[in-house]
Ligand binder design. Structure first.
Ligand code: PMP
Length: 289
């Protein structure tokens, strides 16, 4: 049986899972989404992802035609129907089909789409030796233009920075905000470790409030580490002892170089390694970690 995709309450074979070319999700990137992960049959922090989805939708004045409980059940059902235990889930809500103009009032029928598929991971080698990144010239969206807290279907801001990264031979790229402060990477949040204290850009630095970020902050605090959320600039990263990124797909990945400068001794540090190990165990259900 081919992969079954959920669209608006029904399941379709992957090849037949289609929506209208008049959908404003396609025409304008008008919609919202989530990237979620299931480990051994358990969806990690599904409620928080669904909360963030509904907040994103609210922020763009889009009404999701389901309750949160219904969305949660639909995600679980999509995994079950596909017999997937370890998977990446893409949950999408589009504005729906309308006229060719921008006006969302001229659309109807927002589409709720759920794709559960295998996960694309960074190569294992990068977890061992760490990721090298550059600073992209493309800054993160100004919060007064398109707030980065909204996980919208319009990801061109991040894609432009990603292109800069990949052209420079890096799989991730650092994005600054309009004030020149550190925001986040194109699809991951950023942390540093300095003298045993963890620092990460605050939400008002113009970032997506990552679910992994929140879990890592919780884990770090639970083992007595101090985590400071604040405005940061590149100086903080250049002079850090350690740096790591967090995201649903990446989990916790060491970052060992920024703009050709080694961070710390240029190797994954002990705090990063410990947090990665604890996060890895935590998501897989070993709560003792
Ligand atoms: N920032 C951006 C811009 C992202 O797209 C993502 C991935 N969704 C993240 C951070 C990490 O968020 P999460 O931990 O919720 O995957």
């Amino acid at each position: 049986m081919s992969l079954q995709i959920y669209i608006g309450g029904k399941f379709y074979d992957k090849a037949d899972a289609k929506i209208s070319v008049y959908d404003h999700g396609l025409l304008y990137g008008d919609g919202v989404f989530e990237g979620i992960r299931a480990y051994n049959g358990r969806v990690f922090r599904l409620e928080q992802h669904v909360d963030r989805l509904f907040d994103s939708a609210r922020a763009i004045h889009l009404t999701i035609p389901m309750t949160k409980a219904e969305v949660i059940a639909a995600v679980e059902k999509t995994l079950a129907i596909n017999g997937l235990k370890d998977a990446y889930v893409r949950l999408i809500v589009t504005r729906g089909a309308g006229s060719l103009g921008l006006d969302p009032r001229k659309t109807s029928d927002p589409q709720v789409i759920i794709i559960a598929d295998s996960i694309q991971l960074y190569p294992e080698e990068l977890y061992e030796h760490g990721l090298k990144i550059i600073t992209a010239g493309t800054i993160r969206n100004h919060p007064a233009a398109l707030n980065p807290r909204i996980k919208s279907l319009n990801y061109l801001n991040n894609i432009l920075a990603k292109i800069e990264g990949t052209n420079a031979g890096c799989l991730e790229a650092l994005m600054l905000n309009h004030q020149g402060q550190v925001a986040e990477c194109t699809g991951d949040n950023l942390f540093i470790v300095k003298q045993g204290v963890i620092h990460t850009p605050s939400i008002d630095s113009g970032i997506l409030e990552g679910i992994t970020r929140a879990a890592v902050i919780e884990i770090a605090r639970s083992i007595g580490l101090t985590v400071v959320e604040r405005a940061m600039d590149r100086h903080d990263i250049y002079t850090a002892d350690e740096c790591f990124l967090t995201g649903t797909a990446a989990e916790v990945i060491p970052c060992v170089e920024l703009d050709g400068r080694p961070i710390g001794d240029g190797r994954p540090g002990p705090v990063t390694r410990d947090l990665r190990r604890r996060f890895h165990a935590y998501v897989r259900g070993d709560q003792s970690a």
